[in-house]
Every structure is written in structure tokens, then in C-alpha cells.
Design a protein around this ligand. Structure first.
Ligand SMILES: [Zn+2]
Length: 280
């Protein structure tokens, strides 16, 4: 078990720099995300403002049944997903949500990885990139909400209706194969709505993506974030791996002055942004 300490002036300084009240955290993330794909490399993603905390707070654990030389695709899949998020050209509803839905799947897989926690470096990178990914996603959800707002105003100004397409995955097989096939049975159904009503429904969909639905098996942004929090709490309870550069420091200096795990700093910032989302 580790002992918690509460005197953290340097770390508190870091937290202050990354407060949501100051824009530099998001500026820094989006600035890096806005780089061209060929300019991306691990050091680009490694956010400068958390460099100082890396060595003292990110956790590793000993998982004896995974060989230390085993590799996984977590880091590359997170880089690719970050690049997809960075490259989003449009934030229109609902198409832009699919990219974030895919990102949720990536995050889920990387949280579950049994290989990453086996080494100090991969565990550190896994936790750090997951934080970056969640923070990037929260910024994109926010932008989609703002786009819904501006699209609504635009439609109201020109007195246009908005259209919602309704697709279905549970297709009914036609009784007679050749009838109706020209019309395309998978063609979406449409709902034509006044802009304000369209906005209300569109934001409900985004809300479901972020906060989830009554179906607990369907992943949402917040459920993934909670899973990451639970995982980090588990990692905190485990002994450092053999390759951890400073096991004593790792055991003790893992929490900030509010007793929050430092490895979840970016995830906490993402959560703070979600709290500011306008779903009305
Ligand atoms: Zn992994």
C-alpha cells in the first residue's frame, strides 16, 4: 500500500496552469491536434504541461502473467484515433459523432489492455494518451454542440426546416426478394422538423453519447471516463513494475493536494468541460 502525501507545491502549480478557467490547456491540446498527420510523433502528443508530472505520478503495475516482451497496438491505435479527431473537417450533426463513437471504442480497448501496464513506459504512455484522447473528444463534443446551435440559428434566419434521418440496423427481410429492391430498402427515413425541435433532438443524441442511455451496456463518454478512473485506482493499489525508475516516489507522490490521482489530470479536465456543455 502507498502512503498519501499532501504537500505538493510544484504539482499544484501544474494544476493551476491547466485549470479550465485558463484557455492554455485546450489551446495547447488543439494546437497539437491541428498539426498535419506527417508532423505527428510521440513527442508532439506528449503535452509539455504534464511533462513535469510524468515521472512522479504515472503508475505502473506488476502483471506477472503477461511476458514483458509482449507488445500491443494501443499506442498506435490511440495516435491514429487522435489524428482522426484532429482531422475532423466538419462538426455537423449527426455525421461528426461517428468519429467520436469510434474513438470511444479505441479508448475502451486501450483501458482494458493487459500488456500496457506491464512496463513503466507503456503504462505511462497508455495513461497519458488516454487522457489526451478524452480531453480531445470533449473538445469535439463541445464543438458539435456549438455547431448544432449555429445551424439552428441559420435555419431559423432563412425560415427553413431541418431534416433528421432515421436509419435502422434491424432490417426486415422482404417477403419477395425482387420487389422494392430498386428503391433501396436501407434508405434512411426522414423527419422534417422546425429548427428548434431539431436542435432539441440533436442535443439529446449528443447527450446520450456523452452521458449514456438507460442501456448500461452501451458505452458513453462518461462511462469510459469512469472506467479509466477505476482502472487507475486499481493501478495505484499495485506495486510498481521492476523497471519503474523511482518506485518509492511512485508509491508516495501520486496525488495532488486534493488527493486526486495525477495520472487522471487530463481526464478531470475533460470532465470539467463536459460539465460546461450546453444541452438546452
Ligand atoms: Zn496496450
Amino acid at each position: 500500500m502507498y502512503r498519501r502525501q499532501y504537500h505538493f507545491d510544484p504539482i499544484r502549480g501544474t494544476r493551476e496552469q491547466t485549470s479550465l478557467l485558463e484557455p492554455n490547456l485546450f489551446d495547447s491540446v488543439t494546437e497539437r491536434l491541428d498539426k498535419a498527420p506527417d508532423q505527428m510523433n510521440p513527442s508532439d502528443i506528449d503535452l509539455s504541461h504534464i511533462n513535469t508530472t510524468n515521472e512522479i505520478n504515472l503508475l505502473t503495475s506488476s502483471i506477472q502473467d503477461i511476458p514483458s516482451d509482449q507488445s500491443c497496438a494501443c499506442l498506435s491505435s490511440m495516435y491514429l484515433t487522435l489524428d482522426n479527431i484532429r482531422s475532423m473537417k466538419s462538426f455537423s450533426f449527426p455525421s461528426s459523432l461517428h468519429c467520436l463513437r469510434d474513438a470511444l471504442g479505441t479508448a475502451e480497448l486501450c483501458i482494458d489492455c493487459r500488456v500496457c501496464p506491464n512496463q513503466y513506459l507503456t503504462a505511462t504512455q497508455n495513461a497519458q494518451l488516454l487522457g489526451t484522447l478524452l480531453l480531445s473528444m470533449s473538445e469535439r463534443y463541445n464543438r458539435i454542440l456549438k455547431t448544432i446551435e449555429s445551424d439552428t440559428i441559420e435555419a431559423e434566419d432563412v425560415r427553413q426546416t431541418k431534416t433528421l434521418q432515421i436509419g435502422s440496423t434491424g432490417m426486415v427481410e422482404p417477403r419477395h426478394e425482387h420487389i422494392g429492391s430498386m428503391a433501396g430498402s436501407s434508405e434512411p427515413l426522414v423527419l422534417e422538423l422546425p429548427p428548434s425541435e431539431w436542435k432539441r433532438l440533436a442535443k439529446k443524441v449528443v447527450n446520450a453519447e456523452v452521458h449514456g442511455t438507460s442501456d448500461p451496456s452501451r458505452a458513453s463518454f462518461m462511462s469510459i471516463l469512469a472506467t479509466l478512473e477505476e482502472r487507475q485506482a486499481r493501478w495505484h493499489m499495485m506495486e510498481p513494475t521492476d523497471d519503474c525508475p523511482n518506485p518509492e516516489r511512485r508509491r508516495h507522490d501520486m496525488h495532488d493536494h486534493n488527493n486526486n490521482p495525477m495520472c487522471l489530470m487530463l481526464a478531470r479536465e475533460a470532465k470539467k468541460l463536459v460539465d460546461l456543455f450546453d444541452f438546452s
